[in-house]
Design a protein around this ligand. Sequence first.
Ligand SMILES: [Zn+2]
Ligand SMILES: [Zn+2]
Length: 264
Amino acid sequence: MITSDFHLHTSASVDATVGLDELIERAIEIGLTEIAITEHVDYNPADEGAGIYKPKEIYQQIVGARGKYNGRIIICYGVELSEPHLYAAEMADIYQMPLDIVIGSLHYVGPYGVHLNFFDVYDFDSAIKAYFSDMLDMVRDGDFDVLGHLDYFARYASFRSLEDYNPEDYAEQIKRVLSTLIERKIALELNTSGWRAPANHCFPKPMIIKWYYEMGGRLISIGSDGHKVENIGRDINKAAELAKEIGFKEYQIYRQRKPVTLPL
Ligand SMILES: [Zn+2]
Ligand SMILES: [Zn+2]
């Protein structure tokens, strides 16, 4: 059984509703021993949270919480950077912070948010190709430790009742992303939020996690991506079981941006 959740948001992220104390108390209540607070950092001008992240303020809150909950839970300080390959200059001060984990996520393809209306901009097939093409640029050039929710466009496709995508149709692009992760020692995230959408699969789909394993990838991070109190820690052990079925024996948590390997 695992007791770490390394992808969590509080109301310091515009789309989350849970306060820091509430989040931590819930995490303790359900038996988590280590969590990472990974607020959104956005600089795409189209994002409602663009430029609002205040690193010093948030870090001070984490330090305060570490004191308050000392001995009950370990609280890691992280961020979820949107398109870090495009906004390295804007994010320079964030990289100066004593971060434990940096998640890199593709939330925008050009000016288009990977959201409900993403599939109005592009047709289904072009949308997915454009997404994986930008993701490859991000994993080649971005500075981050863990790739967040590799195929999370599937969430919005499923909310729109669009067809489910087949990773085989995009195997070449996806495998290039995976080999770049392995080369750069960036972990693949198993993000459990997909089980909470009609898509009903982990992000990424099990087939992709299997490819990553077969290609030699061994660094995985597990997170609920909880934005609400009831989703904290949700399905992390379902993800751990899935990883074990695929062949993984260990997973990673992060301290000071270095992986720490734990048994599954
Ligand atoms: Zn995200
Ligand atoms: Zn997130």
